[in-house]
Design a protein around this ligand. Structure first.
Ligand SMILES: *Cc1c(COP(=O)(O)O)cnc(C)c1O
Length: 424
């Protein structure tokens, strides 16, 4: 193909130039912020004009070891010199080792590898369908405010109208009930129900934590009614909460036996390299037998080698502990801000480095503007050189790298305090 003179001459090192190329050539599914990022270093990223930002969003809970981590780079280089991809027609060592590592972290069972969270959940839906098939059971109950990905089945599973709108009819076999409401879940089960799927901590709708009673109650309900209990740990997983998975953190001081039947993972699993997976408990681990499920890229040696390195560094550097301690520090500081600015801030929620800060949308600083409060705060923080992630209309999320330092956390907190003070 011949490159036009215009294209060669086009300089694309400014935000406005990059935006123009997006407007012309990229499907406009995302409402992007007016920031074009160029490179990163640990918990900092730099835009194309050289402005530095402290990244407390972590690529939406993905960049577990921060940006441009040299150990990830080395793992990528080393594996890429051997094999990027060979297909699942063959065995490879990185996939074997990653599966073993995940089983060790979760419990007896087996893993399937894919490329994203939506795809990992798709595997859970197929597992549930296969499980219930011979008894004519196919339905999966999920919860209001949940998020499970943007595929057709994913939006049917997701408990938010905005993701479904315009894509009806929905894939059959999904129904939502209120979150953290055992009674509602129990009442919703029919002879066609095969499984229940919940997030241990709802991320996209604003960091809502499942209670220990809820998780234990769901397990009991599933045992009594013969259903699979499926957990979506795509966002809450991978040591973000201080334990490998969110459910392990929620239940760590609670007596009683709890094991989910299957768990989806993605986001931080590869520290930024796209990889997803699901784990299924031993009892059900041969339901998806040879030929029933597959993906070309899933479990490729490159992704698995990087994910293994990420797990190794998290354990070696005790980053789960860091997430737990720094998370407690940030949450305490945000509680202090709530007491200081009660007319602006409502609540802080979460565990470890999965934190939601809810604003009062009627705070005078938000004015009568149409822009939701959460977006206004995120944009003000951009101006102050801090990246955060909005959730819903009134919550900002902090999902930083697990190796964030205390000085970095303090820098972020100072910026948040300054923005909150402006909104009084
Ligand atoms: C992000 C997310 C997904 C979807 O993952 P993708 O990689 O975007 O497909 C599913 N579930 C939860 C809880 C998520 O946070």
């Amino acid at each position: 193909m011949e490159m036009s003179g215009e294209m060669k001459a086009l300089k694309i090192d400014r935000l406005s130039d990059i935006r123009k190329l997006f407007q012309r050539n990229v499907v406009p599914t995302y409402a992007r912020f007016n920031v074009a990022l160029d490179h990163g270093d640990g918990s900092y990223v730099f835009d194309v004009a050289g402005k530095r930002y402290l990244d407390l969003g972590g690529g939406i809970a993905v960049c577990a070891l921060g940006h441009a981590n040299p150990e990830i780079t080395d793992a990528l280089l080393e594996q890429s010199r051997k094999l990027l991809h060979v297909s699942n027609l063959y065995f490879t060592k990185p996939q074997a080792q990653l599966a073993e590592a995940l089983v060790r972290l979760i419990g007896p069972g087996r893993c399937f590898f894919c490329n994203s969270g939506a795809e990992a959940n798709e595997g859970l839906y197929k597992l549930a369908r296969k499980f219930g098939h011979d008894q004519g059971r196919y339905e999966i109950l999920t919860t209001d405010g949940s998020f499970h990905g943007r595929t057709l089945a994913g939006i049917a599973a997701t408990g938010q109208e905005k993701v479904k709108k315009g894509f009806e009819p929905m894939v059959a076999g999904f129904r939502q009930v209120p979150f953290n409401d055992l009674e509602a879940m129990g009442a919703a089960i029919t002879s066609e129900t095969a499984a229940i799927l919940v997030e241990s901590i709802q991320g996209e709708s604003g960091i809502t934590v499942a209670t220990a009673e809820y998780l234990l109650g769901l397990r009991k309900l599933c045992d009594e009614r013969g259903l699979l209990l499926l957990l979506d740990e795509v966002q809450a997983g991978h040591f973000r909460t201080g334990r490998f998975h969110g459910w392990q953190r929620i239940l760590e001081n609670v007596a009683g036996d709890f094991q989910p039947d299957a768990i989806s993972m993605a986001k931080a699993l590869g520290g930024g390299f796209p990889i997803g997976a699901f784990w299924v408990r031993e009892t059900y681990s041969d339901l998806l037998s040879s030929g029933t499920h597959a993906t070309t890229f899933g479990g490729n040696p490159l992704g698995c080698a990087v994910a293994l390195k990420v797990l190794e560094v998290i354990e070696r550097d005790q980053l789960a502990e860091n997430a737990r301690e720094l998370g407690r520090f940030i949450t305490d500081e945000l509680q202090r801000l709530i007491r200081k600015f009660p007319s602006v801030l409502k609540e802080v929620r979460g565990f470890g480095l999965m934190i939601g800060l809810e604003f009062r949308t009627d705070a005078s600083g938000f004015g009568a503007a149409e822009t939701p409060a959460a977006l206004q705060v995120v944009e003000r923080l951009h101006a102050a050189g801090v990246l955060t992630v909005p959730a819903g209309t009134s919550v900002i999320r902090l999902l930083p790298a697990l190796n964030l330092t205390r000085p970095e956390a303090m820098e972020g907190l100072r910026a948040i305090e300054a923005v909150v003070a402006e909104l009084v």
